[in-house]
Every structure is written in C-alpha cells, then in structure tokens.
Design a protein around this ligand. Structure first.
Ligand code: GLN
Length: 343
C-alpha cells in the first residue's frame, strides 16, 4: 500500500504537469535540444564518451522550489565549476586578505589554461583560471590530501544536500595528462605563490575537477549562493555569508572563461561553466540555475547552456542592471508551481 509520502509525491508530480514555469522550461528545452552546434570535450577520453544529446535544465528558487526538465539526474564531472566553490572554502579557511595576497580577482581575457601570472605581484589573475584555481586549492586546510579532499566533498554536500563521488577514471586521466597544469603549478612554486606540498595540491585540484554532479546539484549550488550561502532546501549553511559576495563577484567577472565580458553584457548572472558541459548561474536573492549539455563552443562553454541562460535572463529580467519591466514576471510564473517531487 502506498504511504502518505508516496501519495504526496504523486500529487506533486501531477501538479507539476500544469506548472506554468515548468511548461516554460519544457518549451525552452525543446527549442534548444535541436541545436547541434559545438563539440564535446575530448582532451581526455572519458569526457569524449558524453552523449551530445544530454540536456538538462534545473531552476531552484531561494524559497526551496525546484523545477527541472530533461537530463537533470545524469551525472558528469564538475570540472571548472568547482573553482568558484573551492574559492569560497579557501576564503573561509584563510580569510580574505591572505587569499587576496595569493590570488587576484582580475579577468585575464585569456584561455583558462593560459600560463600567465600578474607581472607585478606574481599572483595568478583570478581563481577561475587554472593557475588561480591551483593556487586556491593550495590554500585548502587539512593534515593531508585525504582530509583536504574530504573537506571539499563535505562542502559540496552542504551546497547540494547530497554526498558526492569522484570519477576515478577522469581523475586518473586528468592526472596523467595534466602536464600543463603541473607546469603552471611549478611556475607558481618558483615565485613562492604556492606551498611545497604541490604534488598533493595538484592531486587535490585534479580530484576537485572529477567530482560527479548533475544539473540539479548545480541549480542547488547556485540557489545556495543566491540565498546568502544557505541551502534553501536543507537549511544547511554552505558558505559564510561574509564571502558570498566575493564568490559571486568573481563568477560574474571571470566565470565564463574568456567569454566573461560578453556574458556580463548579455546575461549578467554570475555563473561558472566547466568542460564537462555544466553551467551554474546565480540570480542573487532569487534563484539558481543548473544546466547540463556537453557540446561546448570555442571558448569552452556549453552551447545550449549559454543560450538558455541568455533567454532566461532576458525573459525574466534577471540581468542585475536591467531597468525596464521584464517580459515575464518571475514571481507570477513560479508562484506555487514547483516540481516538489523532484527534490
Ligand atoms: N580539468 C580541467 C583542466 O584543469 C578543467 C578545465 C575546465 O573545466 N575548464 O584543464
């Protein structure tokens, strides 16, 4: 016999069929599913296995409503999206002044894996490029690599509300092919910008890139930032409120690789993408968006993900500098219509 929980989720799933916002997302999904531009990352064989048709869109609001369409439970590796969140943990571990002395907050306009440091300070430009992300991983506290990784995984769990595994094949491939990252790391060691436990830190960086997430996780992570660092579904604090603004600011200026300026102009939502095909985007005080679609454009951003964020931003007026009336009123569209069954 069905228990009350089953009945509730059945009732919720029926109500979700008529949810206007979910229907809007379904139309958006259908519209861009047929977009076949871009190419799946293939710098390691595991990423090349991704199905280019996978496509999930999830939106989570700061009051805990979750809407999802498409492949929202398909896992993939978080890759560069991890950088924003690990930056938050580094700020908590070391404080803003110390972190700022090791990693800048200036966009580079160069590719994410560029071998370039600020000439004046020898700091990597920002935490979203590989150099800055490795320097940031170096700042994560813990007795050894195992403890440092566990602290990262615990942090991601606070953001998403569920435990995370690492893709061991992706980690092994990242490690065995990661000589460019190794070169960046040793250049920083040469300038005294990272500590001596550099091989441990490199492993940690390759592991953080290999954490498995899905589109729903990315939406919850963004919604948590949008909600001042507290996961709106679990009530767990994932990031000290003092650092939320820091993290989402660098997401806005540096989160979309060397497309970040265009992104700020067109979309305006602080966001971070990864070569696994994920994008997480934050509308502060409102909602978080998680998108998964593996084909990437020339800059390394998910083609469908960019389109969906552009459209959500313009339809619902999610650009922070938007001054006109939005075409669609977000509050009206999402009021009481979530896929509660999806949580
Ligand atoms: N693991 C990748 C690297 O370090 C991360 C790249 C990415 O998502 N941009 O090169």
């Amino acid at each position: 016999m069905a228990n009350t929980g089953d009945l509730k989720s059945l009732a919720d799933s029926i109500s979700s069929v008529t949810s206007p916002f979910r229907n809007y997302l379904s139309d958006l999904h259908e519209k861009y599913q047929s977009l076949t531009e871009g190419a799946v990352a293939d710098y390691i064989p595991e990423l090349a296995l991704a199905d280019p048709n996978w496509f999930g869109i999830c939106v989570a609001t700061v009051d805990g409503q979750v809407f999802e369409v498409g492949n929202c439970t398909q896992t993939f590796t978080i890759q560069s999206i991890s950088k924003a969140f690990v930056y938050g943990l580094a700020l908590e571990d070391r404080g803003r002044d110390y972190v700022n002395s090791k990693v800048g907050v200036e966009p580079t306009g160069e590719a994410f894996n560029a071998i370039v440091l600020d000439e004046g300070t020898n700091r990597p430009y920002n935490p979203m490029v590989n150099a800055g992300a490795i320097a940031t991983a170096d700042l994560i506290s813990g007795q050894d690599g195992t403890e440092r990784l566990k602290r990262m995984l615990d942090m991601f769990q606070r953001y998403t509300g569920r435990g995370h595994d690492i893709s061991v094949p992706v980690f092994m491939s990242e490690k065995s092919t990661g000589n460019r990252n190794r070169a960046i790391a040793y250049l920083m060691l040469n300038f005294g910008m990272v500590g001596e436990k550099l091989e441990e830190t490199l492993d940690l960086y390759f592991q953080q890139c290999s954490i498995l997430v899905n589109a729903r996780d990315l939406a919850m992570m963004a919604a948590t930032l949008a909600n001042g660092g507290v996961n709106p579904c679990t009530g767990d604090r994932a990031l000290d409120e003092r650092y939320v603004q820091d993290v989402i600011s660098v997401m806005l200026t540096c989160g979309m690789y060397d497309y970040s300026g265009e992104w700020a102009y067109r979309v305006g939502m602080p966001a971070k993408s990864g070569v696994g095909g994920g994008i997480t985007a934050v509308s502060p005080g409102k909602l978080g968006i998680g998108i998964f679609s593996p084909p990437l454009d020339a800059k390394g951003n998910s083609v469908r993900g960019v389109k969906v964020c552009e459209e959500l931003s313009s339809e619902f007026g999610l650009h922070p500098f938007s001054v006109g009336k939005a075409k669609r009123d977000l509050a009206e569209w999402i009021a009481g219509s979530a896929d509660i069954d999806s949580w």
